[in-house]
Design a protein around this ligand. Structure first.
Ligand SMILES: NC(=O)c1ccc[n+]([C@@H]2O[C@H](COP(=O)([O-])OP(=O)(O)OC[C@H]3O[C@@H](n4cnc5c(N)ncnc54)[C@H](OP(=O)(O)O)[C@@H]3O)[C@@H](O)[C@H]2O)c1
Length: 323
């Protein structure tokens, strides 16, 4: 039975019930089961797949028959997780590839390797995430949250464009998903100081700003890739109990502990976006718990066309990935 829209919207606006496991539990009563094997024949790359929501996404995808490449920066952790996935899903096609998505050079190297070895890629999940406690820069001089959440994913998407295009068909588009955060609602599109050089740095603020950028970037890439048959979506997982939440926000983790979603519950919409029919027919949409959600709650909260264009220019200029 479909959850009444008013109840669903109220869960969303009240935040705690909607983002916690309560929201998931109430909403899932209206969901249908994804057909078994519906992802067979599809190759999907998941970044930050060594643990947390990324590993849960891998499990959800292989359970539906996908061949999954876990893109990790720590190969030992990746191989350990892959072995656990294979043990739970005998016959699962899971490989581990190493790439630090915050390094533009490494993203370029990895994407070239994928283009050389794969005729087609059908899905890409930008899941890798960080909340740096203090301002740090990558070797290429970019603030770490910006590099991890925005610049690296932009470049990886652009560099994989030919194989994503090759994976798309008129009835089955290739699908790119950005794992953003409900925290993005607290931030406007902050484009005048993207590297967070001004003011007092806060990891939470850098996180929220770059998670907002991911949502806008998904919309921009959706337009950019529309002619390729590749759809691009963003989503937020609610609040899930992961190693990242425990280490980056110990106070929040302690207080919300029993309310937090499991990793599988947090990853559910990511898997659904790769597998279900509805998100294959749309592009540039922001989702939570298998439903489109507003990207702003305040009237006139949307970005100006100039700010959106500036985000695109920032990504193109920083990565050299061509306009
Ligand atoms: N859990 C939640 O409640 C929640 C809520 C909103 C949004 N999210 C988003 O969901 C995603 C997953 O979060 P999580 O909670 O599962 O966090 P997590 O447990 O910290 O997992 C994040 C993963 O990203 C990887 N990673 C970080 N930087 C990377 C890089 N430069 N290159 C490659 N991999 C990198 C980490 O690898 P290492 O193992 O090497 O550290 C780790 O495996 C993030 O984008 C996060 O912002 C989570």
């Amino acid at each position: 039975m479909q959850l009444p829209r008013l109840v669903d919207a109220a869960l969303d606006r009240l935040v705690v019930p909607g983002y916690s496991r309560l929201g998931y539990t109430v909403r899932r009563t209206g969901w249908s089961t994804l057909p078994s094997g519906c992802l067979s024949g599809r190759t999907i790359l998941v970044t930050g797949a060594g643990g947390g929501l990324g590993a849960a996404t891998v499990r959800g995808l292989v359970a539906l028959g996908a061949r999954v490449e876990m893109v990790v920066r720590n190969p030992e952790r990746g191989e350990e997780t892959a072995a656990a996935v294979r043990a739970d899903h005998p016959g699962a096609a899971v490989d581990v590839a190493v790439c630090d998505v915050s390094s533009l050079a490494d993203v370029r190297r990895y994407a070239a390797e994928v283009r050389d070895r794969e005729a087609a890629v059908h899905g890409l999940v930008h899941n890798a995430g960080v909340m740096p406690p203090e301002r740090t820069e990558t070797a290429e001089g970019h603030e770490t949250a910006l590099a991890t959440h925005v610049l690296g994913p932009f470049l990886l998407t652009r560099e994989l464009r030919p194989v994503l295009r090759a994976g798309a068909s008129p009835i089955a588009p290739s699908r790119v998903v950005f794992v953003s955060s409900g925290g993005m609602y607290t931030a406007a599109l902050h484009i005048d100081d993207p590297e967070f050089r001004q003011g007092t740095y806060s990891g939470g603020a850098a996180y929220a700003r770059t998670k907002r950028m991911q949502v806008v970037l998904a919309e921009l890439l959706a337009d950019d890739l529309a002619g390729d048959g590749t759809v691009v979506h963003s989503m937020h997982p609610g609040w899930a109990d992961t190693p990242g939440v425990a280490s980056s926000m110990p106070g929040f983790h302690r207080v919300t502990g029993p309310l937090l979603r499991t990793e599988a519950q947090g990853a559910d919409t990511v898997v659904w976006l790769q597998a279900a029919a509805e998100p294959g027919h749309s592009t540039g949409v922001f989702w939570h718990d298998r439903a489109p959600r507003p990207t702003h709650y305040l009237p006139r909260g949307g970005e100006t066309p100039q700010a959106r264009a500036a985000l695109w220019t920032l990504c193109v200029d920083a990565t050299g990935a061509g306009a």
